[in-house]
Design a binder for this molecule. Sequence first.
Ligand SMILES: [Zn+2]
Length: 300
Amino acid sequence: MSAKLFAALAIALTPVLAFARPVPVGPDRAATKAIVQQCEGKDDFSAPAPPARLYGNTFYVGTCTVSVLLVTSPQGHVLVDSATEQAVPSILANIRTLGFRPEDIRWIVSSHEHFDHVGGLAALQKATGAKVALSAPAAAVIATGKVDPADSQAAALKDDDFAPVQADRIVGTGDVVQVGPLRLTMLATPGHTNGSSSWTWQSCAQQRCETISYIDSISALAAGSYRFSDHPDVVARFHRTFAAIAAQQCGILVTPHPSVSALFQRMLGEEPLAPPTACRDYAAMGRNGLNAKLVKETIK
Ligand SMILES: [Zn+2]
């Protein structure tokens, strides 16, 4: 083959070769190892952690103990949760470290209206120019920047105010937040708070797709004189949520506090990443927790 022909062939094949180069798909184990190392012994909500790919176009950009996920596309990104206000600089740095621009985030969605998951929302909205989609009950609380007085943990969270945010869109079960090819579907999962929201989407790379399920906290936590046994409506709401979660095919389960679902251990391959019973097991954990709490209340 002449040198000229070879050069012409190489140029013609370049886009094919670039396309054929394998795109990383599964969890970035080296990056996850860096998270675990940096986070050892750190239980602060705002303790910075480095970022790591979770699967395909979904990345962990949160702190040592509070999840924030970035879901990316060439037409713009979605940020799932905001952690604390103090965590915002590290979240923005993580997004840039991964090679993405915070200004390309089009929507921010959230799990629930507590300061450790939405405290950074106002600052992230400002830094990114993104719109905010919230459930109606969460939007009402987040607009005040104060814990809901009816919240089971209100007595413990009364000093944890956060910068208020007005929702750009109110979402309920089945509603979809869409950016280019990204479609995040909302599932209302009230219980831990009245506005608790879960989100599911498909993360694809190299024609391999996984469902990512960001399922909200379902712990029945009470503070002060609050007793779940005094609130049968809240208990009933919890049970409907457990049933709804148990019915999901989770794929890769992510929880707002990563340790609750051993996220980093699963990303490291120490435990299965997407066991088929993940959502059922998670719902059972919540149900057991609530039942234990109710029993405790009767013997107090
Ligand atoms: Zn909470």
